[in-house]
Structure formats: structure tokens, C-alpha cells
Design a protein around this ligand. Structure first.
Ligand code: PEP
Ligand code: MN
Length: 365
């Protein structure tokens, strides 16, 4: 349930309303949006009477029930206002959200060695990425496949962060590694396979660190949002949702099937920012640019793109990785499209890294 408060309310009156509700064993949460102040009521609110709550104060504008099973992540809980996830990076704050430029995250599937991660980081930064991705702990189907370099890879990510000023996104698979991962990561990733690892969700919820929550391989939208609810319920509102393709009956030509409709569907259900990962969705580098463009057109707030200096030699996910040159090419193509939708600030300057480009560079800013 949410209480919509009139804007002239004195702070002491908000405190008084919350106190009265707490005395009735109801947990309250003050939510300050850009335009409205709301009080969220969580827990079992089935026996609460909205009309009685309305009587608590003349400053109460409306009392509304949140009808969805997910509460804090629902759009209703913020009265329709999108949330922003602001991430501090060495180069400054980067905001993920509907009214902000598209944030591009790029980097290899796995951190392989210092030279490759630092070089890739420098190249994706030059092309306009704001975050470097790279796995230290890898969820692999086969126990015999490369599992990631673990802690030493985290040190290499820290080095790449220091050299480039890029923010770092890396995956945590085990609650035991969370402190180590969170000490390097600016955003902690929960991968598709762990979307419903509830102890892990609770633990990242307790840290307050921004979290990237990928959609499970066969998760429904509702299961995914309920997983996000675990993180918010544990006290962490900084969640970004990432659609990365789901299982379908025809996986012959693509690794997964990107659920592009997840973008408008999520928009209608939740206030959380949305990222799209065309690399894991398609599994093939040749299809990544098309899906990246489609995602921007459909309103994604962010993209995650796998980039490797030599995809043929990658220790994981080579076939879906772009070269740095292909990544630059992609950035030159998506920037004008995102700008068209008011989601890009400054068009990138071609460094000559890309072998050809569609546009003569023009700085429209
Ligand atoms: C990844 O981002 O490297 C990854 C393993 O992705 P997903 O969890 O979406 O498969
Ligand atoms: Mn990967």
C-alpha cells in the first residue's frame, strides 16, 4: 500500500503518520520522488483499511493498494516515477535511468590476463563505454571449462579501473566471495544462473552496492521481479534489470531468444532501469549490432556488450564477442540513434580504430 502525501506537509507530520502506523505494527518507508513524497507500507496490509488511513492526516492525498505481488519494485510503489541508479566511478557519477543517456558497458566475458583487460578497457573507453565488464568468477556449464581466475582477476579489474577511470561490473556467484567482489566492483552482477539464489540476493541487498540482476534462463518476468524484490526488501534500492535472452524451442541459430518485449512490459510494471545484453542473447557477434540497435529503439537504458581483443582465442564466449574495432563501429552507429531518442549527449569521435564507418563524424552537441 502507498500513501501519497500533499507537497506542503511539514516533516514532523510525516514522522507522526509513520509513528502511528508503526504502532499498528506496519513497516513504513519514506520515498522521496522528484515530484511527490510517498510513504510505502510493507508487510501484510490485507487488513488495513485505506479510508481509515486517509483519516490519519489532512495532508494525505490518496491511499492506494499495490496490487502486484512485487511491491517495492513495482511502478505503483513509486506512483509511476522511474528510479535512477547513480553509480560512483573514478571518472564521476554515472546514472542509469529512463531520463538519462544510454549507458554502455563493454568488456570481455572473462578477465584473462593483465594486458588483455587493460588494453580492452582502454579501447572500449575510447569508443565511449562508461563501464568495463569482465568475469573473475565464471558460471560454466562444464566443470572442466575455464572457471575464471577468481581473486587474481579481481586485482586485474582494479588495475584496469585505476588506469582508465572506468567503473567495473563483475559477477558474484557465491556469498562467500561477495566482500571481495564488492571491494572492486562498482556494480555487482548476479548472473542468469543465480537469479533465484535467494541467500545471494539477500546478501547483495544488505550491502547497498548497485546490483545488476540478469534474467534467469527460463525465468518469467514475475519471477525476475520477485528476485529483484528480495534485494530491495533487504534494503538496497540500487537494482538494474538485465534482459539477456531466454530459452526457446529454436536455439539453432541464436544462443537464446532476446525478449525485446520485456522492455515495454517492464516499463509498465517497474520503476527500475533496464539493461539489454545482446551478446548472451544472440551468442553470435554478427547479430549483436542489430539487436543493440533494436534495444535502443525499444527504450533500453543501458547495453552490455562483450568485447575481446582476439575473439577466436577467447577463453569463454569468443563467438559472441566483438573486436574493439567492431565495438567502435557499433558505438558510431548507436550514438545517432540514441541521440534521436534524446538518450545520448555527445556523439563519439571516430578514432580510426574502426575499419570503416557509416558517418563522417559530426559533433552535434
Ligand atoms: C556474463 O555476463 O558473463 C554471463 C555469464 O551472463 P549470463 O549470466 O547472462 O549468462
Ligand atoms: Mn559471457
Amino acid at each position: 500500500m502507498i500513501i501519497v502525501i500533499k507537497s506542503q506537509i511539514p516533516l514532523s507530520e510525516i514522522e507522526r503518520i509513520c509513528e502511528e502506523l508503526r504502532n499498528q505494527n506496519i513497516t513504513t518507508e519514506k520515498l522521496e520522488g522528484k515530484h511527490k513524497v510517498l510513504i510505502g507500507l510493507v508487510g501484510d496490509t490485507t487488513n488495513l483499511n485505506p479510508e481509515q488511513i486517509q483519516q490519519l492526516s489532512p495532508f494525505i492525498e490518496q491511499v492506494l493498494r499495490v496490487t502486484k505481488p512485487f511491491k517495492r519494485v513495482s511502478l505503483e510503489f513509486r506512483h509511476g516515477e522511474p528510479s535512477e541508479v547513480v553509480v560512483q566511478t573514478p571518472s564521476g557519477a554515472v546514472t542509469f535511468g529512463q531520463n538519462h543517456p544510454v549507458v554502455v558497458v563493454a568488456g570481455p566475458c572473462s578477465v584473462e590476463n593483465e594486458e588483455m583487460i587493460v588494453e580492452t578497457a582502454l579501447q572500449v573507453k575510447a569508443a565511449g563505454a562508461k563501464f568495463l565488464r569482465g568475469g573473475a568468477y565464471k558460471p560454466r556449464t562444464s566443470p572442466y571449462a575455464f572457471q575464471g581466475h577468481g581473486e587474481s582477476a579481481l586485482e586485474l579489474l582494479a588495475k584496469a579501473r585505476e588506469v582508465t577511470g572506468l567503473g567495473i561490473i563483475t559477477e558474484v556467484m557465491d556469498t562467500a566471495d561477495l566482500d571481495k567482489v564488492a571491494s572492486v566492483a562498482d556494480i555487482v552482477q548476479i548472473g542468469a544462473r543465480n537469479m533465484q539464489n535467494f541467500p545471494l540476493l539477500r546478501k547483495v541487498g544488505a550491502t547497498g552496492k548497485p546490483v545488476l540482476l540478469k534474467r534467469g534462463l527460463s525465468a518469467t518476468i514475475e519471477e525476475w521481479l520477485m528476485a529483484a524484490e528480495y534485494i530491495l526488501a533487504a534494503g538496497n534500492p540500487n537494482v538494474i534489470l538485465c534482459e539477456r535472452g531466454i530459452r526457446s524451442f529454436d536455439q539453432k541459430y541464436t544462443r537464446n531468444v532476446l525478449d525485446i518485449s520485456a522492455i515495454p512490459v517492464l516499463r509498465s510494471l517497474t520503476h527500475l532501469p533496464i539493461m539489454i545484453d545482446p551478446s548472451h542473447a544472440t551468442g553470435k557477434s554478427e547479430f549483436v549490432p542489430t539487436i543493440a540497435m533494436a534495444s535502443i529503439a525499444a527504450g533500453a537504458d543501458s547495453l552490455m556488450i562483450e568485447v575481446h581483443p582476439n575473439p577466436a582465442k577467447a577463453l569463454s564466449d569468443g563467438p559472441q564477442s566483438l573486436t574493439p574495432q567492431e565495438f567502435e563501429q557499433l558505438m558510431l552507429e548507436i550514438a545517432p540513434l540514441a541521440k534521436f531518442f534524446g538518450r545520448w549527449t555527445r556523439l563519439p569521435i571516430a578514432t580510426g580504430m574502426a575499419t570503416h564507418w557509416l558517418y563522417e563524424f559530426v559533433d552535434y552537441s
